[in-house]
Design a binder for this molecule. Structure first.
Ligand code: PMP
Length: 453
């Protein structure tokens, strides 16, 4: 098909995720046709740097022959095996063991899903089952954090705290509650991290007390909030929240769908604070986006409680494509790449990215630069002292995305004018410098925008 007919067919038939259907039809699709390393080629043959690794997922970069070979070989040998009826396949078992060996503490048990949303959904089901098994079925209230993102299943989207995921869907559900975000930029406690941590701990405690100390099942958190705009909590926040959950006797779930697999430096961001969650969700970097796969990891205690509660009854939770052998073979190869130098390169390039973006702080439009490792955001404002967001009338998200695209840079453009960065860990120094230079170019062009004066 020619590009023009593809664009028309897209407009007529393909529903895009998280988009205004009408606005998308008006704008039309931007075609991507191929990619290599950290570079993608669009429908017109222009090469761009992918500063967002697809959707925070292509951590290894595009076009790895060894990943392609692992998938091809597995497809040839055994393209599908169910995990039902006690069946299984070698790559799935090897992957489960490899993850158990590397995950913090005794997160030894793995349930595989197709992506992050069904991983989150699975945790909710497992946690309900866990409390039933413990003889406390009344623990059915769940708490998460404002601006958080926990996927797009009905239950997960209710834990998500972004208005678009609730509006028109009858969410959140009445057992889903939020505490305030640790967002630092406009926070009066910005310069007093200890006070901010204490405030979050106090709010979690008060929420549990309000709901009833024997009613709360779990607390969900991203080590760094991604879709909310790359919001980094102060050092010590995650550990303090983990400790308080233990004191309160509720489960602590770390949603590492974005932060896992080297995004912040170590294999899992929980390692940044030396904590062990009760359950952890993974996806994206697990297969580096080459094929779909997610995972739930749980501690021995959570697993044994569920197992004991079920006895000889089946735990009725399953997916046809759980532990898909092709996805597992890909994930094993991706894991080998992480450990064969990709994590190290990501750490070096992450430091370069953070330093480069910090160098943009002197730009008149830059209000905040934040991030860790290969995860970052630059927040644009029209007044640095008052921290005034870009005017909504200029549709900052689409305008800035478009401008970056014209400059040869793919990045995430959040509403209100926040750039999000999550480049592949395979980036070279040249790639990182180009990401920073092209960002400055976009900032300069935006400064000339008549609508922001
Ligand atoms: N949790 C988090 C923290 C995420 O960032 C995402 C996806 N951006 C999800 C869950 C859902 O994952 P998926 O889109 O693979 O369903």
């Amino acid at each position: 098909m020619q590009n023009q007919s593809l664009i028309e067919a897209d407009r007529d038939h393909l529903i895009h995720p998280v988009s205004s259907f009408h606005d998308h039809e008006a704008r039309g699709v931007r075609l991507l046709q191929s990619a290599k390393g950290a570079r993608v080629t669009d429908g017109e043959g222009r090469e761009l740097i992918d500063g967002f690794a697809g959707l925070w997922c292509v951590n290894a970069g595009y076009g790895h022959e060894s990943i392609i070979a692992a998938a091809t070989e597995q497809m040839r040998r055994l393209p599908y095996a169910t995990g039902y009826f006690d069946l299984g396949s070698e790559p799935a078992i090897r992957l489960a063991s490899a993850l158990a060996m590397r995950a913090p503490g005794d997160l030894n048990r793995v349930y595989f899903t197709l992506g992050g949303s069904d991983a989150v959904d699975s945790t909710i089901r497992f946690i309900r089952y866990y409390w039933h098994a413990k003889g406390q079925p009344g623990r059915d209230q769940f708490i998460s954090v404002a601006s958080g993102y926990h996927g797009s299943s009905t239950m997960g989207a209710g834990l998500t705290a972004l208005p678009a995921f609730h509006h028109g869907f009858g969410l959140p559900l009445d057992w889903q509650h939020k505490i305030a975000s640790h967002d630092l930029y406009r926070n009066p406690l910005r310069d007093d991290p200890a006070a901010l941590i204490a405030a979050s701990v106090a709010e979690l405690t008060a929420t549990v007390e309000r709901l009833g100390p024997d009613r709360v099942a779990a607390f969900y958190v991203e080590p760094i909030q991604g879709s909310g705009g790359v919001l980094v909590p102060p050092a010590g926040w995650l550990r303090a929240m983990r400790d308080r959950c233990r004191d309160l006797g509720i489960l602590f779930v770390a949603d590492e769908v974005i932060t896992g697999f080297g995004r912040t430096g170590p294999l899992f961001a929980c390692e940044d604070e030396g904590i062990v969650p009760d359950l952890m969700t993974l996806a994206k970097g697990l297969t580096s986006g080459y094929v779909p796969m997610g995972a739930v990891m749980m501690t021995e205690e959570v697993y044994q409680t569920i197992a004991g509660g079920a006895g000889s009854r089946a735990v009725g939770h399953g997916h046809t494509y759980s532990a898909h052998p092709v996805s597992a073979a890909v994930a094993l190869e991706v894991l080998a790449l992480y450990e064969g130098g990709l994590l190290d390169n990501g750490r070096i390039m992450g430091a370069r990215l953070q330093a480069g973006l910090a160098g943009l702080s002197d730009h008149p439009l830059v209000g905040d630069v934040r991030g860790r490792g290969m995860l970052a955001a630059v927040e644009l404002v029209t007044d640095k002292v008052k921290k005034t967001p870009l005017p909504p009338e200029m549709s900052p998200a689409t305008r800035l995305f478009d401008r970056a695209w014209q400059a040869g840079l793919v990045l995430r453009s959040f509403p209100q004018g926040v750039f999000g960065y999550a480049p592949p860990l395979c980036c070279t120094a040249e790639d990182i410098d180009a990401i920073v230079d092209r960002t400055r170019q976009v900032l300069d062009q935006t400064l000339d925008d008549p609508e922001i004066r």
